[in-house]
Design a protein. Structure first.
Ligand code: HEM
Ligand SMILES: *[C@@H]1O[C@H](CO)[C@@H](O)[C@H](O)[C@H]1NC(C)=O
Ligand SMILES: *[C@@H]1O[C@H](CO)[C@@H](O)[C@H](O)[C@H]1NC(C)=O
Ligand SMILES: *[C@@H]1O[C@H](CO)[C@@H](O)[C@H](O)[C@H]1NC(C)=O
Length: 594
């Protein structure tokens, strides 16, 4: 072959390769650019390779308090539609966002062709790959849920979880009493205390009150140990200046568990969660935390089995104990010997327990964070609730002891229920609930291909702002009959965004203060709905009940300086407020619990 031919062959090959390359790039590009579902509105400027991502980033950078969710709300408003599509992953399908309660209710409660989408589970997948949150709603999921259903029964909650939560909140009250005495009317940052207390609540629920790691006790010791110099610095501060308190030494086990719950924040909003998890869980710090957490849980399980053997399973003090009893019963039913010490049992329990902590920690502390904010900012609601509590426990007197856990769980206080429901409605601790279409279907009159993710907004239209007008013929048949037969729930658009517990109250006809709590007064999606709704919600209601009662019984929450009274939220794992400060005035002087 002479040079000329070689050149020619190379040239031909090269041009061939070049054309092939160009074609595949083009093909890739075509695959990657967003492909909208016909008829569903979207922002035309997003039809580029990166879809809505640049606009989301810009929105978050430019808008004070801007998050992914505020971006969606803004787009929905400007596109003027209760169903829009956004593009957040190249090569991915469009992502639908639904801002309409009746259709969301229908999807979550009744429509079998919508099931759990991976989006929610992705947030915890790297740390608890086997949690039932990841499963489709099938027999495996049912069996998993059955294993832990006893933990949310009234009897477990009242007899086991309640007393532990109460004990733990009592410690917080003692800590805050000490802090408010020192701060003497000045505000301080409550976030860490709330965060630690929520963690303690979950470890208490999981391992019982004998769990030796407390998050609040070290803080109590540290504040008790403040020296004269530290106190003098505080006394010189102005009345609106923040007081800083020492935090105390956190135990290694609790720090490990807390650090792991915080990794969830690194994954939130990330387009490729699996990669992020692979990266996060390889960090030496996180690997070490995982090991410490596992040792700690395994030890608690061993303790549980020992307790079971010593008491023949008669004493149940924690979720661990309950799961051991369950395994015993299951084994009996299946005619086998229980496998208490098997690796499988230990791993399974351990993962479930840790799953509760992961799913519950950020969300619960966020809800409690917002609780403090609303109470301080709505003094008339705060005093109405305090009065309702006083009336519910008339024998305790104005400054006597706090209500006991039994008194709290066995007394009906409609206004308290209403305040809790309203905090959950307004806080939107988890702002979206996802489902995926498992078959081709329809939504608001549009064809939706199998595999499409539908994000139902927990905030926004119908929930916290006026609902869209949806022509009834576009609704699903079941949703249409709800509307026709007057079963569909809606809030009065006037005042829908206001924090107003009264919306959950039915006033009696005439004779004075007879009021009733109506949990179905209007739209609420804080815990999702239906079969796949939040597993832990009863625990959350119980904790908020104890929290509100003890806090209001013992303190008056005063408004904080304007700079920290904003309603901005940053979306970490959940929708948490960026400022949580308290300014307290003590009411009763006796110790909460002895
Ligand atoms: C204020 C606190 C909490 C909020 C706002 C919250 C909210 C939610 C929401 C919106 C969902 C999705 C529901 C759906 O898709 O329909 C969910 C699921 C779940 N939550 Fe919670 N949650 C909270 C606390 C907890 C706690 C304390 C636990 C554990 C004890 C927990 C365990 C779970 C689990 C396991 C799931 C998945 C259920 C399944 O897929 O079957 N949550 N939660
Ligand atoms: C579409 O996105 C662009 C860029 O973020 C924004 O300026 C515009 O207002 C959006 N239009 C609509 C109708 O939402
Ligand atoms: C249930 O679905 C999961 C995936 O979400 C799958 O791994 C499991 O095998 C399914 N179980 C049954 C009984 O079909
Ligand atoms: C509560 O709010 C504070 C901001 O003051 C934040 O730092 C903290 O992480 C929040 N806690 C949670 C997990 O909601």
């Amino acid at each position: 072959m002479d040079i000329d031919t070689t050149f020619h062959v190379t040239w031909t090959t090269l041009s061939f390769v070049a054309v092939a390359l160009a074609l595949s790039v083009l093909r890739l590009y075509q695959l990657a650019i967003p492909k909208p579902i016909p008829g569903i509105p979207y922002n035309k400027t997003s039809k580029k390779l990166l879809g809505d991502v640049p606009a989301i980033v810009e929105h978050m950078a430019k808008t004070e308090g801007g998050t992914f969710v505020t971006y969606i709300l803004k787009s929905m408003e400007s596109l003027d539609s209760p169903l829009i599509q956004i593009f957040i992953r190249p090569f991915g399908k469009p992502h639908l966002v639904l801002g309409d309660y009746p259709e969301a209710y229908d999807i979550l409660m009744r429509r079998r062709e919508f099931d759990r989408s991976p989006t929610l589970g992705d947030l915890v997948k790297g740390l608890t790959p086997d949690l039932h949150i990841h499963l489709k709603t099938n027999d495996t999921w049912k069996a998993q849920r059955r294993l832990i259903q006893d933990l949310m029964t009234p009897s477990f909650l009242h007899n086991v979880a309640g007393p532990v939560l109460y004990q733990n909140l009592g410690l917080l009250i003692d800590l805050w009493r000490m802090k408010s005495h020192i701060a003497n009317g000045r505000p301080w940052k409550a976030a860490d205390d709330i965060n630690q207390m929520a963690l303690n609540g979950l470890t208490g629920f999981s391992f019982g009150e004998d769990f030796k790691h407390s998050a609040i006790k070290p803080a109590l010791l540290a504040v008790q140990g403040m020296d004269e110099e530290a106190l003098a610095i505080i006394r010189r501060k102005g009345p609106d200046e923040f007081v800083e308190f020492p935090k105390g030494q956190e135990s290694t086990a609790l720090r490990a568990i807390r650090e792991l719950t915080e990794t969830v924040g690194e994954v939130q909003g990330n387009p490729v969660p699996a990669l992020t998890w692979a990266y996060v869980t390889r960090k030496p710090r996180i690997r070490k935390a995982i090991r410490i957490k596992e040792d700690c849980i395994e030890k608690e399980l061993m303790n549980g089995v020992q307790r079971w053997e010593e008491t023949s399973g008669r004493v149940i003090k924690s979720a661990v104990d309950q799961m051991i009893v369950r395994e015993k019963r299951l084994a009996e039913k299946e005619g086998r010997t229980p496998n208490f010490f098997s690796r499988v049992m230990i791993d399974e329990c351990g993962l479930k327990i840790f799953g509760f902590i992961l799913a519950g920690h950020e969300t619960t502390s966020t809800a409690l964070n917002w609780t403090l904010k609303y109470l301080a900012d709505y003094p008339s609601i705060q005093s109405e609730l305090r009065e309702a509590l006083r009336r519910a426990f008339p024998t305790l007197g104005y400054s006597g002891r706090s209500p006991s856990i039994n008194e709290i769980t066995s007394t009906s206080i409609p206004y308290l229920d209403a305040v809790i429901e309203e905090i959950l409605r307004c806080a939107g601790a988890i702002p979206v609930v996802d489902r995926v279409a498992t078959a081709d279907t329809e939504l608001l009159g549009h064809h939706i291909p199998k595999g499409t993710v539908v994000t139902c907004l927990v905030t926004g239209p119908s929930l916290l702002s006026a609902a869209f007008d949806v022509e009834i013929s576009r609704r699903s048949p079941t949703s249409q009959s709800d509307v026709k037969e007057g079963r569909h729930r809606s809030w009065d658009p006037a005042g829908i965004s206001r924090f107003n517990p009264d919306r959950w109250i039915i006033r009696g006809n005439g004779n004075g203060d007879e009021i009733e709590f109506n949990p179905t007064a209007g739209p609420q999606l804080a815990f999702g709905l239906g079969t796949r709704g939040c597993y832990g919600k009863r625990l959350v209601y119980l904790e908020m009940r104890i929290f509100l009662t003890l806090i209001l019984w013992n303190f008056e929450l005063l408004p904080c300086p304007p700079a920290v009274s904003t309603y901005h939220a940053k979306l970490i794992a959940s929708n948490e407020p960026t400022h949580t400060y308290v300014r307290l005035r003590e009411i009763s002087r006796e110790k909460t619990i002895n």
